[in-house]
Write a new protein. Structure first.
Length: 147
C-alpha cells in the first residue's frame, strides 16, 4: 500500500507538470475568450497573462520541488534538512501564487478569489508541515548523536 501511494503521488506530480506546460500553451487563447465579453478587454488581457504566467511558474517550481521531495521519501530520507527546505520552498511558492491570484479578481472574481484562498491556505498548511519536519529532523539528529 505504501508503494502504491508513492507511485500515485509520482503520477499526480508528473501529470501536474504536464498540466502546467499545457496551460502555458493555451493560456492566451483561453484568457482572450474569457475577457472578450468584458469591457476594456485589451488592457486586462496583458495584465491577466502576466499574472497567470507568474502563477504558473510558481506552480511549476513547487511541482519540481515536490518531485524532489518524493525522491527523498522513496529513498527513506524524510527527516532531513533538505526535506524541510523543500517544504518551505513549496509553501512560499503556494503563498506567492495565492497573493498573485488576488489581483485577478478584477476580471475573474469568484474563480480568482477561490484560487487565491486555496493557494494561501495550502501555503500555510505546507509551512506548518515543514516546521514539523524540521523539528523532527532536529530530534532525529539529537537521537542519532545520543547513540
Amino acid at each position: 500500500m505504501k508503494r502504491f501511494s508513492l507511485i500515485l503521488s509520482y503520477v499526480f506530480c508528473v501529470l501536474g507538470f504536464f498540466a502546467v506546460i499545457a496551460l502555458c500553451i493555451i493560456l492566451p487563447i483561453s484568457d482572450m475568450q474569457m475577457i472578450a465579453s468584458a469591457a476594456n478587454a485589451r488592457q486586462w488581457f496583458v495584465f491577466n497573462c502576466i499574472l497567470s504566467y507568474l502563477i504558473l511558474a510558481l506552480v511549476l517550481f513547487a511541482d519540481v520541488f515536490l518531485f524532489i521531495l518524493l525522491q527523498n521519501v522513496r529513498n527513506d530520507r524524510i527527516f532531513t534538512t533538505q526535506s524541510g527546505t523543500l517544504l518551505r520552498l513549496i509553501s512560499w511558492a503556494s503563498i506567492f501564487a495565492g497573493l498573485l491570484a488576488f489581483p485577478l479578481t478584477f476580471t475573474f472574481l469568484y474563480s480568482a478569489l477561490f484560487v487565491s484562498f486555496v493557494g494561501l491556505f495550502l501555503g500555510f498548511v505546507v509551512r506548518v508541515v515543514g516546521q514539523v519536519i524540521r523539528r523532527g529532523t532536529e530530534l532525529k539528529e539529537e537521537n542519532d548523536a545520543t547513540i
